[in-house]
Design a protein around this ligand. Structure first.
Ligand code: FAD
Length: 448
């Protein structure tokens, strides 16, 4: 294996080829700023590995040179974990795009860490199966990033988060050792579950190079509905009814009037409904037409979309929130989880908590209602904005929620981990980090 005897860039070029070591600031730039535009700094260089052995060699060289590494997939993460904090090497995994044949016996497939969610969805679809995961960043978000953040998305209510979809993975740990667990066995209790530890570890313990993904049987018949409601309490009540009386229920998402207005103007469309306090998008999917099952429990003024085009139009109102917010400015984003019993209180208080510290700021709330997952977005904060983050996250903690539901801790929320994890637990996390990445090579400043 090549050794680092002089310049790190030259040494890395002997592994990945000089075309894949980017030192020119213009070429590095897209890798150095996150999707939200809020986080990022200059890297030392960007290196684009093509397979697991190149990843291992890159990590070893960076370790030998004492240079920290930021693993990066599609760079759609929203907590600053995928971009440099200043002077690190960015290790891009987007070239790890190998994709195996679907194993129809287990309904599993092996895929390189750089395969995007959209490519996996298409590949699964061609085999008559489905990825069991979906969200708006599907065209760029990679399976390595999805595994590392334990991403959730629009159908987590039915199919779970990434953790539930990952049957195994390959990874190179911070200390250079390799974890290989691709058998896809449903039952495998031989020792500690290292792949489970890597899921959601946000690139701080190892670099995932390959995953074995559990596919699901698709439900071809779908119906969606846009439901205007008077209050979040009414939404919670309807959720209880949907959960118990609509077995084909796949997603229950929500947004509020401010979000609907912003998205409608961003998309240049007239909102199909208005005047409500809360809007839900409910989707049911089954082998049979679930329209009747769903319509039976929905209020009369719900708009039902039973064909693909109108379903897509409806979903755009919810899915375009992140993009519409980004177009309006650089937002502070807090992806939180709140017990459903406290959701009404949380949504009622958040705007006041923000206004008390930043009267000019604009708060947009939306999210995955069935999962108690709220995306709090605050636009128009000045340099003191972190006080707003802290106040909102404190409110979450007081209500028994979590400061990260699906985006991760990254650097954005690392200072606040103590709000929801006890000191002993954080110390246990630090001990794991020290054991698997003793030189602190991987993603410094992220999580712990
Ligand atoms: C429009 C939009 C909608 C979104 N919707 C959702 C949603 O509904 N649900 C949701 O959960 N998220 C959502 N996200 C957030 C984001 O898409 C997810 O966090 C996604 O999992 C990130 O994947 P990525 O490949 O872009 O990872 P990156 O952003 O590149 O990285 C994310 C983290 O994973 C680490 N990482 C990346 N690849 C690897 C690897 N191979 N090995 C080890 N560590 C790695 C990085 O260091 C970083 O800490 C959304 C983002 C956008 C822009």
């Amino acid at each position: 294996m090549p050794q680092v005897t002089g310049n790190l860039a030259d040494a890395l070029a002997t592994v990945v080829g000089s075309a894949h070591v980017l030192e020119d600031p213009e070429l590095r730039a897209p890798y150095e700023r996150d999707w939200s535009g809020r986080f990022g700094a200059e890297s030392r260089l960007v290196v684009r590995a093509a397979d697991a052995s190149e990843v291992a060699a890159v990590l070893r060289m960076c370790r030998d040179s004492g240079v920290a590494v930021v693993p990066q997939g599609g760079n759609t993460g929203l907590v600053g974990g995928s971009v440099p904090r200043g002077g690190e090497v960015v290790l891009s995994l987007t070239r790890l795009t190998s994709l195996g044949e679907v194993d129809m016996t287990t309904a599993q497939v092996e895929a390189g860490a750089g395969v995007t969610l959209a490519v996996l969805q298409k590949h699964a679809g061609a085999a008559g199966l489905d990825a069991g995961m979906d969200f708006a960043a599907r065209d760029s978000a990679t399976l390595g990033g999805i595994a590392s953040t334990d991403a959730g998305g629009l159908v987590a209510f039915r199919h779970g988060t990434a953790r539930a979809r990952i049957a195994g993975l390959d990874a190179v740990l911070g200390d250079g050792s390799v974890v290989r667990r691709m058998s896809g066995l449903l039952k495998d209790n031989a020792g500690y579950a290292l792949p489970a530890l890597l899921v959601g570890s946000e690139g701080t313990l190892g670099v995932i190079t390959r995953v074995r993904w559990k596919l699901v049987v698709p439900n071809p018949e779908r119906v969606a509905a846009l439901v205007p409601l008077d209050s979040i309490e009414a939404a919670a009540e309807l959720l209880g009814i949907l959960r118990t009386r609509v077995p084909s229920l796949e997603a229950v998402e929500f947004f509020l009037p401010e979000g609907l207005e912003l998205v409608s103007s961003y998309l240049g469309v007239d909102p199909p409904v208005d005047g409500a306090a809360v809007y839900l998008i409910v989707e049911a999917a089954a082998p049979f037409d679930p329209t009747e099952e769903l319509a039976e429990v929905l209020p009369e003024d719900a708009l039902v979309a039973d064909d693909t085009a109108s379903r897509r139009r409806m979903w755009r109102l919810r899915e375009s929130h992140t993009e519409a917010i980004a177009a309006a400015g650089v937002a502070h984003k807090m992806d939180v989880g709140v017990p459903l019993t406290a959701l009404g209180e949380f949504l009622a208080h958040v705007p006041d908590v923000v206004a008390a510290l930043a009267p000019e700021a604009r708060t947009i709330l939306f999210g995955h209602l069935a999962d108690g997952n709220v995306h709090v977005n605050v636009l128009g904060l000045d340099d003191d904005g972190d006080a707003v983050d802290e106040a909102v996250l404190r409110l979450v903690a007081e209500l028994g929620g979590t400061i990260s539901a699906e985006h991760g801790i990254g650097i954005a929320k690392a200072p606040y981990l103590g709000l929801v994890r006890a000191a002993d637990e954080i110390e246990a996390m630090r001990a794991i980090k020290r054991a698997l990445d003793p030189s602190g090579l991987l993603n410094p400043g992220v999580v712990v």
